[in-house]
Design a protein around this ligand. Structure first.
Ligand code: CMC
Length: 433
């Protein structure tokens, strides 16, 4: 982080401008360092939704929303999706470099060594209703992991941080797959460590004791790609939640549970489930225009889910890759004529040609396609966000660990613009009207 320039801000009339350092990162816009703003001026900045605020410095992920660029540790997402698997991407996000063959081997071994959960944890599932949403179960069970790893509370110890990261990455597929199996009333499947991470995930979700289960390699590769594309995304809402929760020194398992809770919302990770539900609701190509009209109506809260992004304003590079995977999976399964896929393609075409969407730079995002791919893999819509949470766990732990080891780290404590009542006097109850 370089400081080359200063910003001169006229904070008060008739006074000389106050100077603030301008910091430059390795890529992306410069930032005005306003940490001393309050001390110098008595004022705060006001930026709900963080539209113009960098909440931290980070070396992990870079996005250029105008150009549609996404880099993990400097590597373009397209190259990672083509040449690497999810385990390599996990190592990259956590350690900063792609692993050698030996490093990958030992990382996979440590993930495998922690893929089971404590048998006691499995009993938690019985406390949930059978129809509980997998995200509700995942929020609870991941938070409960903090009761099993008390030593992880010393987050200043880098070995503890690494151990917690491995536990979380290793156990998330098992925890979310059990949430699904519990819905179905099926027995839980223990992980099979001879399988790859994605194959193992499919095995835990789809295998039943009565039959042999062999994950289809094309479909496993598609799931692996979903995991890669969702692994990290800079300071998004759930990652910021994890950082904020972690800034107090809280248990990493509780922090990741907070991130999962944030991810669940339909404006964030819940969009893939909401998108598929929307396609089901539209149901037929003849009804598309009716829904487009609703999406454009400012008096209607309906939004075309799977379109638009806070950061990507030309295209979402993950969407391009997911669209490609969508075709591969549907070809493999002979589902090119799939009703929802054809409907989605038609909707995409109509929206991309519509002035409302063009002028607001609303393009399909990754979740527009990921729901269709997951549905083709046999994953029910209620599990989509849990799959996203499994993928994003590595991003969350990498960002959390980076924050803890940052010497400039402080507990997160935003200020506010107070708009409530000014100071007033409490009257005795007999005098209140
Ligand atoms: N359908 C219809 N209109 C939309 C949509 C949409 N999907 N998205 C934005 N707009 C309109 C919005 O009404 C506003 O119009 P106007 O200027 O006339 O008031 C304009 O576009 C700008 O929208 P915004 O809400 O200010 O933009 P934002 O950056 O705050 O919101 C978003 C980004 C992703 C929350 C929003 O585009 C959205 O709700 N999309 C649908 C949900 C979705 O697909 N979310 C997944 C995001 S990708 C997964 C992830 O990374 O978490």
């Amino acid at each position: 982080m370089d400081q080359k320039k200063v910003a001169k801000l006229n904070l008060k009339n008739n006074e000389l401008p106050t100077e603030f350092p301008i910091l430059s990162g390795s890529m992306g816009p410069d930032v005005i360092d306003i940490r001393k703003l309050h001390a110098k001026s008595g004022m705060f900045t006001y930026d709900p939704g963080f539209l113009s605020t960098a909440s931290s410095s980070s070396k992990i992920t870079f996005i250029d929303g105008e150009k549609g660029i996404l880099l993990y540790r400097g590597y373009p997402i397209e190259q990672l999706a083509e040449h690497c698997d999810f385990m390599e991407v996990c190592w990259l996000l956590m350690k900063g470099e792609l692993p050698t063959a030996d490093e990958k081997d030992s990382f996979v071994k440590s993930i495998n060594a922690h893929s089971m959960v404590n048998e006691q944890l499995i009993k938690f599932y019985q406390g949930f209703r059978r129809d509980a949403h997998p995200m509700a179960v995942t929020v609870g069970v991941v938070g409960a992991l903090s009761a099993f790893y008390h030593e992880a509370l010393d987050v200043s110890d880098s070995q503890n941080r690494e151990d917690s990261a491995i536990h979380l990455i290793a156990k998330l597929p098992n925890i979310t797959a059990m949430a699904y199996k519990y819905n179905l009333g099926h027995p839980f499947n223990y992980p099979q460590n001879h399988l790859s991470y994605a194959q193992n995930f499919m095995h835990m979700m789809f295998a039943v004791p009565a039959e042999e289960y062999r994950p289809n390699p094309v479909l496993a590769r598609a799931l692996d790609r979903i995991l890669i594309l969702h692994a990290d995304h800079e300071q998004n809402a759930s990652t910021s939640t994890v950082r904020l929760a972690g800034s107090s020194g809280a248990s990493p398992f509780a922090c990741i549970s907070a991130g999962i809770a944030c991810l669940w919302g339909p404006a964030h990770g819940g969009a893939n489930e909401a998108c598929l539900n929307m396609l089901e609701e539209i149901g037929d190509e003849s009804r598309i225009s009716q829904y487009i009209t609703r999406a454009k109506d400012s008096n209607d809260s309906f939004r075309l889910v799977g379109f638009g992004h806070r950061v990507y304003k030309n295209f979402d590079p993950r969407a391009k890759l997911m669209r490609e995977t969508c075709h591969e999976v549907l070809d493999e399964l002979g589902l090119q004529d799939d009703r929802l896929f054809k409907l989605a393609m038609k909707l995409e075409k109509i929206a991309l040609e519509d002035e409302y969407f063009i002028s607001r730079k609303l393009y399909p995002n990754v979740d527009f396609y990921s729901g269709i791919v997951q549905r083709a893999l046999g994953i029910p819509a209620s599990m989509f966000t849990a799959i996203f949470a499994t993928a994003r766990t590595v991003g969350w732990v990498a960002q959390w660990s980076e924050m803890i080891s940052d010497p400039e780290q402080k507990i997160g404590r935003p200020r506010q613009l107070y708009t409530g009542k000014s100071t007033r006097k409490v009257l005795p109850i007999s005098e209140r009207t």
